[in-house]
Design a protein around this ligand. Structure first.
Ligand SMILES: NC(=O)c1ccc[n+]([C@@H]2O[C@H](COP(=O)([O-])OP(=O)(O)OC[C@H]3O[C@@H](n4cnc5c(N)ncnc54)[C@H](OP(=O)(O)O)[C@@H]3O)[C@@H](O)[C@H]2O)c1
Length: 240
């Protein structure tokens, strides 16, 4: 899908990969709706991105998420793309998993992307086209001690994203996924659970830049393929 002149909803646009995607889309003439919980950060970012529209929302509040997407449609009069990017991790061994945090992670990483898709599908169907991208994770293809909840949430996201791709193709709505590896964002800092957990220590600062992941995401939107990987290593793990 062409990006210039199109309207994109980006969840988790207040930092890291989502922010880099919002900037990259704006740089080539896209208009972005910035969704996240941090109002101050969003206000500052919106001021630096011409034509953008900031909506403070906790995407795990599904009514609020639906209303946020309706407000984007009311503001721009169209929604051409959805980037389901907001996400968080949780380090806990199986015997330590807190069911409430499990729920929180699955609401954020799996159910919120589904609810966001449900909100944009009728709009995109009426327009006859659309692009929906899930920001997944290379961990969807890995078994990492203490990462059971996170990696399983991303495996579930993979399943729902691929199913949506099959269901929506006939409507001209193209659904795809991007698989980052370790990326230099606040992701490690924002992880819940065991501070020392999560298997081999991930050195996030030495990871890929969020701009690199944004570039792959823009390629995914333009080309419309099913899955895009940040490295050959992840691609091989995926069996692709
Ligand atoms: N960094 C990595 O190494 C890595 C690797 C593979 C995949 N990923 C995936 O990349 C995506 C983006 O992560 P990141 O690395 O950019 O991490 P990040 O810097 O921590 O950004 C996470 C974003 O999600 C938003 N968010 C979190 N909870 C939210 C909620 N309940 N409602 C609305 N927004 C919420 C945060 O904004 P607020 O706090 O303002 O709400 C923030 O904008 C995630 O899906 C993650 O799983 C990251």
């Amino acid at each position: 899908m062409e990006i210039t002149g199109k309207v994109f909803v980006v969840t988790g646009a207040s930092s890291g990969i989502g922010l880099a995607i919002a900037r990259a889309l704006t740089d080539i003439g896209g208009k972005v709706a910035l969704l996240a919980r941090s109002t101050d950060a969003l206000t500052e970012i919106a001021a630096s991105l011409p034509g953008s529209f900031a909506v403070t929302v906790d995407v795990t509040d599904f009514d609020a998420l639906r209303k946020a997407i309706q407000s984007v449609n009311a503001h721009f009069g169209q929604i051409d793309g959805l980037i389901n990017n907001a996400g968080r991790s949780y380090a806990a061994a199986i015997e330590e998993i807190d069911p409430e945090i499990f729920d929180e992670i699955f609401h954020l990483n799996v159910l919120a992307p589904i609810v966001a898709m449900q909100a944009v599908i009728p709009i995109m169907r009426a327009q006859g086209s659309g692009s929906i991208i899930s920001v997944n994770s290379g961990t969807a293809f890995m078994t990492i001690p203490q990462y059971g909840v996170y990696s399983s949430s991303k495996r579930a996201l993979l399943g729902f994203t691929q199913t949506a791709r099959a269901e929506l193709a006939a409507d001209g709505i193209v659904v795809g996924e991007v698989y980052p590896g370790i990326t230099a964002t606040n992701f490690g800092k924002n992880r819940m659970g065991n501070p020392a957990g999560g298997g081999p220590a991930a050195n996030y600062a030495a990871g890929d830049t969020p701009e690199y992941v944004a570039e792959i995401t823009l390629t995914a939107i333009v080309e419309g393929g099913a899955q895009y990987y940040a490295s050959d290593y992840i691609k091989k793990l995926a069996g692709a």
